[in-house]
Design a protein around this ligand. Sequence first.
Ligand code: UDP
Ligand code: MG
Length: 160
Amino acid sequence: CHSDECRKMSTTERTFIAVKPDGVQRGLVGEIIARFEKRGYKLIALKLVSPTKDHLETHYEDLKGKPFFPSLISYMLSGPIAAMVWEGLDAVKTGRAMLGATNPLASAIGTIRGDYAIQTGRNICHGSDSVESANKEISHWFTENELNKYNNPLQSLIYE
Ligand code: UDP
Ligand code: MG
């Protein structure tokens, strides 16, 4: 697709990225934000939150029934979470690539998990795994008002 309309649509794909409690407490929020900023993604929403157990169980509802589910929920409840929305071309897939594999031991060096984490149960960050789950997660964590609308003149330097 090469029309202006399609180019605009493809560059407005959004993903939900979160720094988990271990990442926040280890002082990695700035580092993670910086990587998305420097890559060229546009920051749409950002907040530090301490969600309820219920909120987190809904966020991870696809994993209900997994043996690690209770420990995952208590891990996610162990401190505040830095929740954000990033926008740009292929934001979901590239966001996942920037985070690295779920198991940090399998994450490539140069990815966030590959550089800053060792174990799956302390893998410091979350990223949506599809456009569909991104949309679901964004509306679960943010109100429409919290999704900022602004023009970023840098876009013409980042996209051809
Ligand atoms: N997780 C875990 N043990 C496992 C698999 C997953 O503790 O065996 C945790 C880990 O924090 C992971 C989260 O559950 O990030 C969600 O799992 P998912 O498979 O969705 O991985 P992700 O999408 O975060 O890479
Ligand atoms: Mg997942």
